[in-house]
Design a protein around this ligand. Structure first.
Ligand code: UT7
Length: 337
């Protein structure tokens, strides 16, 4: 029988560099409250958000991805030609095909790197990190760029009280590459499709653009969310997933330096931290106050801020946990580059 060659990669994988792109337009709560009959006080109390950033027309998904990636590559000391694969986690590249990752890979100057998008909503970045780590260890890529990017302002109904104040835009990127010691722990991931309807685009694209035989509605298929059930699910179920990720990495909360959860709501972040009994000294990412909920971009953006502000230092051990539409979730322990 003919046997085919197997592949083997590096002994371990790590995050080698982190980059971010925050759009230039800062939108304080005062700018969103009138359309939804809300108040700065309500928004801050219920979500912890003080302001968010919405992209200008020229700050496209591609532009933000490339900018965040260039910083991540520079910090990792990796040239674009060394990148074998580009993974973009997003739900707001509004062309069904081709994947924006291909254009990003080209603009960065990779040598025909494999490139594809993944759709796991707010959990997309942690899914991408897990795929990248397995690629590096499995031998299908030497270095992988993982980008989380969103322009949620495009698909947010600014008159919807349940979402208009939450969602925001931005991009974060990491370079995943080989390492001598494990820098990315085993992933704990899954989905609860029974709750598929809790966060979703309201219309099907065919209803919006129409078909050859029927006209469409002509409105953007906005995101709708049943916030409270998602809030309750995230606050309780996700702490367990976080604990499982620690267990799989063979560590306890006492070994953690940083907690970098998806920036969905400050109260969810606090509830998870309480439930996991994180020691006081564990630093907690709270980028949501300034940045809003940027879905797939929120974790790399939050980690980037902690590194910039000196809260995260090289070698620190961080628990990442992401969750959102699907309901999909993923968590892993990583070390800060
Ligand atoms: O990123 C993907 C995952 N997403 C999430 O994890 C988001 C999870 N959900 C949330 O963050 C929260 O559910 C929200 C921040 C969206 C809402 O907070 P909540 O504590 O769940 O509020 P609620 O929907 O239960 O509404 C409470 C009250 C209601 O009034 P009554 O019935 O108590 O009189 C609402 O009508 O607040 C009212 N309300 C508002 N008031 C002012 C709802 N939206 C608004 C608003 N401004 N925008």
């Amino acid at each position: 029988m003919t046997s085919i060659a197997g592949s083997a990669g590096a002994p371990h994988a790590s995050i080698l560099g982190v980059g971010a792109y925050r759009p230039s337009r800062v939108i304080p709560n005062s700018e969103v409250v009138d359309a939804i009959e809300s108040s700065d006080e309500w928004i801050q109390q219920r979500s912890g958000i003080k302001q968010r950033r919405w992209a200008a027309p020229d700050e496209t998904v591609q532009l933000m991805s490339v900018a965040a990636s260039r910083e991540a590559l520079e910090r990792a000391g990796i040239q674009p030609e060394q990148v074998d694969c580009v993974i973009v986690a997003t739900v707001t590249h509004l062309l069904q095909t081709p994947a924006v990752a291909t254009a990003v890979a080209h603009e960065l100057g990779t040598q025909n790197a494999a490139a594809f998008d993944i759709s796991a909503a707010c959990a997309g970045f942690c899914h991408g990190v897990s795929l990248a780590a397995d690629m590096v260890k499995g031998g299908s890529a030497g270095h992988v760029l993982v980008i989380g990017v969103e322009r949620l302002s495009d698909i947010t109904d600014l008159y919807d009280r349940g979402t208009a104040f939450i969602f925001a835009d931005g991009a974060g990127a990491v370079v995943v590459g080989p390492s001598e010691t494990p820098g990315i722990g085993p992933v704990v991931w899954g989905s609860d499709g029974e709750q598929f309807d809790l966060i979703r685009q309201k219309e099907d694209w065919r209803d919006v653009v129409g078909t050859p035989t029927a006209p469409g509605s002509g409105v953007m298929p906005h995101l709708v969310m049943q916030g409270n059930p998602v809030f309750r699910w995230a606050s309780f179920a996700m702490a367990k997933v976080g604990q499982q990720a620690l267990d799989r990495a063979g560590i306890s909360v006492d070994d953690l330096d940083l907690f970098v959860p998806h920036q969905a709501n400050m109260r969810i972040i606090d509830a998870m931290a309480r439930s996991m009994k994180l020691p006081e000294r564990v630093k907690i990412a709270r980028d949501i106050a300034e940045q809003g909920n940027t879905s797939a971009a929120s974790i790399p953006l939050a980690l980037h801020r902690m590194m910039e502000e000196g809260d995260a230092r090289s070698g620190d051990v961080a628990l990442l946990i992401a969750f959102g539409a699907g309901l999909a979730y993923a968590a892993q322990v990583v070390t800060v580059p």
